[in-house]
Design a protein around this ligand. Structure first.
Ligand code: TXA
Ligand code: MG
Length: 318
């Protein structure tokens, strides 16, 4: 069931049930992070392998010290500048966090979502929320309550509807080198790498390896629609695939000669924030058409464009 009753969602979570929750990035599948049964249920509902750890969502930064043993100065700077917001920090965990949440890692991923409904919900709870994106493992992340309902509605009692997600891409995940404290970006996301570097200096970006053991959810083939996606220059892809029923995902312009209902333009004005907001909904829309193939183009490779391109490449990976 979809609704806007935060008290009801809180009551369900206190009983150990799972709830779909809005965040500014994507919708999450939330459960009590301290309750092993609730955490197991998250993995089961998503059909997610237990080697892929979960992000722990808290209400305010002062609470982080309760769950982690050490906060490097660079983490403190990032938290002050960007939280609440689309940034997740990987920090040394305390033993209070169940092993299942971190997949046995000594690090825990901490995030403070910016969505007012998520914050109001967290405020009513005396435990943090483990919440992966509320999609079946490997599929496109949900950016509306309806997306969650379509795929997981039969498996969870309630979905809090907070409207379409304002950012539309998952949080950027940042860890710190244990020897130098240098920032390491494990997943590009809603906080641009440039903004992070502006604050803490150059970071390593490790988000592109095809099977990164530290961020197993970042497998190369992820965010994948059922319909095959091809990346390239759209006019040349169109001439190659003219005999097929095609869908088009373009940054700014429609292509002549293809039904507009089979095309999505992410941002006519070239606004990367608008493109980010629309990306996952666009992939879902195209994936539900009667087409053979989705032809897509990359966006400019800076700021949010880097995260958009990362998702497009993963969606296109075999
Ligand atoms: O924006 C977001 O981060 C959303 C919303 C719901 O908060 N959540 C999200 O969760 O994207 P999920 O589970 O779909 O992706 C979390 C990623 C996974 O790829 C996982 O590998 C990584 O975070 N992660 C979580 N805990 C980790 C840890 N202890 N060490 C390394 N990577 C971790
Ligand atoms: Mg996910």
């Amino acid at each position: 069931m979809i609704g806007t009753d935060i008290g009801h969602a809180a009551a369900l979570l206190k009983r150990g049930a799972l709830v779909g929750i809005p965040t500014e990035t994507v919708y999450g599948l939330a459960g009590n992070a301290l309750d092993g049964a609730a955490v197991s249920a998250i993995f089961a509902v998503k059909n997610r392998p237990t080697f892929d750890p979960l992000i722990v969502h808290i209400h305010h930064w002062e609470q982080a010290a309760k769950w982690v043993t050490n906060i490097p100065p660079a983490a403190e700077l990032l938290a002050t500048a960007f939280l609440p917001g689309p940034l997740t920090l990987l920090l040394d965990r305390k033993a209070l966090i169940p092993d299942l949440v971190t997949a046995g890692s000594p690090l825990v991923a901490i995030r403070i979502p910016k969505h007012p409904m998520a914050l109001a919900l967290l405020e009513q709870l005396d435990f943090p929320l483990a919440a992966p994106s509320a999609n079946p493992f490997g599929y496109i992340s949900p950016t509306t309550a309806q997306h969650v309902e379509t795929q997981l509605g039969g498996k969870i009692p309630y979905i809090l509807d907070g409207g379409p997600c304002a950012v539309g891409l998952e949080s950027t995940i940042v860890g710190f080198d244990p020897d130098t404290d240098q920032g390491i970006v494990y997943r590009k996301g809603g906080t641009p790498v440039e903004a992070i570097e502006h604050l803490i200096g150059p970071v390593q970006v490790q988000a592109h390896s095809s099977s990164n053991p530290l961020a197993p959810g970042m497998l190369k083939s992820h965010y994948a629609p059922r319909v095959k996606i091809l990346l390239g220059e759209i006019p040349s892809l169109l001439s190659q695939y003219e005999k097929q029923r095609v869908g088009i995902l373009a940054f700014q312009h429609y292509s002549p000669g293809v039904d507009k209902a089979h095309q999505v333009v992410l941002s006519p004005s070239g606004d990367l924030q608008e493109a980010a907001r629309k990306l996952f909904g666009a992939l879902r829309y195209l994936d539900n058409l009667q087409i053979d193939i989705i032809l897509a183009e990359l966006v400019p490779e800076y700021e949010l464009g880097r995260a958009i391109n990362d998702r497009l490449k993963r969606a296109a990976a075999e």
